[in-house]
Design a protein around this ligand. Structure first.
Ligand code: SAH
Ligand code: SF4
Ligand code: F3S
Length: 458
């Protein structure tokens, strides 16, 4: 019988990192590691990090500081806690991390975590030899990590992520992703369908296909030819028992014809689309190397709305990119007013070492960035509230995902990715039910279950 070991994982950053964390947990299960929700007394801690903005990086170092006492307490009992830093900071900073924080034992990047069992064995070897494990692996290996990962077994059975594409060749001038995740890679369609069918077989009803640039997907298809994202969506639509399909993150430059057709013809492709625009100013878009204009972005949205009038839109924005003037910012506000988003992420520009935008001299002053962010977020909040209130009195389907804080309360997601609170028996977790919406705030909806029935598409 193997000895049970305690594993604590903290995930920062995007959904790709969430997917990777789940896969690391799956990889470590056969080694006897059981997930724990506290770092106390853990045998292994993995911090799966994000490098996208300076704040995310600071958070890592302050978290390491907070974890040190746990490691000391474990050492006082004569036991060793392995502290690993994974993900995008690990990729970007490599051994600098363990130099700066010697309590860190392992550093490995997003493309090498499939080697975790080997790396842990190596850590134990160096531990018994030198009294301190030391492992560094920030390679971009030629083999695909996906070929060595076990079948996924997510804890939340209702909805799951499935990574189909990784990396980025777009090199937006503000962004670290092409450096931390490497160049674009698409998984073969057959592998994706196999993983999707497995997920459905363990009770998953909704799959979100993930990629840093998911619309640039160009994997080997079932006919050995290259398939686009649109084509992959049509293949996903045929997976029996899969009731909801989503995908993220899209790029305006890759909006090909089959994607529009998919939104028109696949009823269970959810009517929600996240299309980051970053800025409404052509001057700034050009300086960001986004390769499209604000008018081209508007055209994509109008075309999507023509095809699927109920489609809900979401986006990412950066305020205070170098050289952004009041007029550039006003162009962003105007684009938001014209499009109307149901949800959005907005950030102050954060200078990232090694990216071209960090070299531009005319950086925007921090107070101006703060002010612009506040104005933009206020507008986005108003739009989100307006959309949520417009749902009151309507019926919608909800995939029940978790228990709420009040007894008898469950929380689920509408097709438009809104959180919906309702009373329902716990046995319905992971199921899709029909709900009448009775109230809406900026962040969520409240409703009552009308029926446990809904239309099955697949
Ligand atoms: N691939 C996606 C986004 C990946 S990063 C795309 O092309 O849109 C997620 C978001 O983080 C970006 O859309 C952007 O809004 C934000 N972001 C990236 N780098 C940033 C930086 N240096 N400062 C502030 N926000 C940044
Ligand atoms: Fe970053 Fe641009 Fe690539 Fe998105 S498309 S990951 S913002 S470089
Ligand atoms: Fe962050 Fe890496 Fe994702 S930098 S946003 S965790 S790809």
């Amino acid at each position: 019988m193997s000895i049970i070991k305690k594993l604590f994982v903290k995930t920062y950053g995007c959904q790709m990192n969430m997917y990777d964390s789940d896969r690391m947990i799956d990889l470590l299960k056969p080694l006897g590691y059981q997930l724990s929700d506290t770092p106390e007394n853990a045998d292994m801690i993995i911090l799966n990090t994000c490098h996208i903005r300076e704040k995310a990086e600071h958070k890592l170092y302050s978290d390491i500081g907070r974890l040190e006492p746990y490691k000391e307490a474990k050492a006082a009992k004569g036991e060793y806690m392995i502290l690993a830093v994974a993900g995008c900071v690990a990729q970007a900073e490599g051994e600098e991390i363990s130099r700066r924080k010697p309590v860190v034992d392992m550093v490995f990047g997003p493309q090498s975590y499939h080697k975790l069992p080997e790396m842990i064995a190596q850590a134990h070897r160096t531990l018994s030899k030198n009294g301190k494990p030391s492992v560094l692996d920030v390679d971009f290996p030629t083999e695909s990590k996906f070929d060595s990962l076990p079948a996924p077994n997510p804890d939340h059975k209702g909805s799951a992520f499935l990574s189909v594409q990784e990396g980025c060749d777009k090199f937006c001038t503000f962004c670290v992703v092409p450096y931390t995740r490497g160049s674009e890679f698409s998984r073969p369609v057959a592998d994706i369908l196999k993983e999707a069918k497995h997920l459905v077989s363990i009770g998953v009803k909704e799959i979100t296909l993930l990629g840093q640039n998911v619309t640039a997907y160009h994997g080997v298809g079932l006919d050995d030819k290259e398939w686009s994202m649109g084509r992959l969506l049509f293949a996903m639509a045929e997976v029996p028992g899969l009731e909801r399909i989503r995908y993220t993150t899209s790029h305006p430059q890759d909006m090909h014809k089959e994607l529009y057709t998919a939104h028109k013809d696949i009823p269970h492709l959810m009517p929600y689309f996240h299309l980051p625009v970053q800025s409404g100013s052509d001057k700034i878009l050009k300086a960001m190397n986004r390769k499209h204009t604000a008018a081209e972005y508007r055209d994509i949205i109008y075309k999507l709305r023509e095809i699927r009038p109920d489609i809900a839109l979401s986006s990412d924005f950066i305020v205070g990119f170098p050289d952004e003037t009041d007029q550039d910012f006003e162009d962003t506000l105007q684009l938001v007013r014209d499009i109307k988003y149901v949800q959005a992420y907005s950030f102050k520009y954060s200078m990232r070492p090694g990216t071209p935008a960090a070299l531009i001299h005319s950086q925007v002053n921090e107070d101006i960035k703060d002010n612009r962010l506040q104005i933009l977020q206020e507008l986005l909040r108003e739009q989100q509230l307006e959309f949520n209130i417009s749902m009151v009195g309507k019926q919608t389907t909800v995939l029940l995902e978790k228990e709420g804080r009040h007894p008898g309360q469950l929380i689920g997601k509408s097709p438009f990715l809104q959180s919906v609170y309702l009373e329902a028996p716990k046995r319905l977790l992971g199921q899709i039910v029909t709900v009448e919406i009775e109230g809406g705030t900026q962040n969520s909806l409240a409703g009552k279950m009308v029926t446990q029935e809904h239309i099955h598409y697949a």
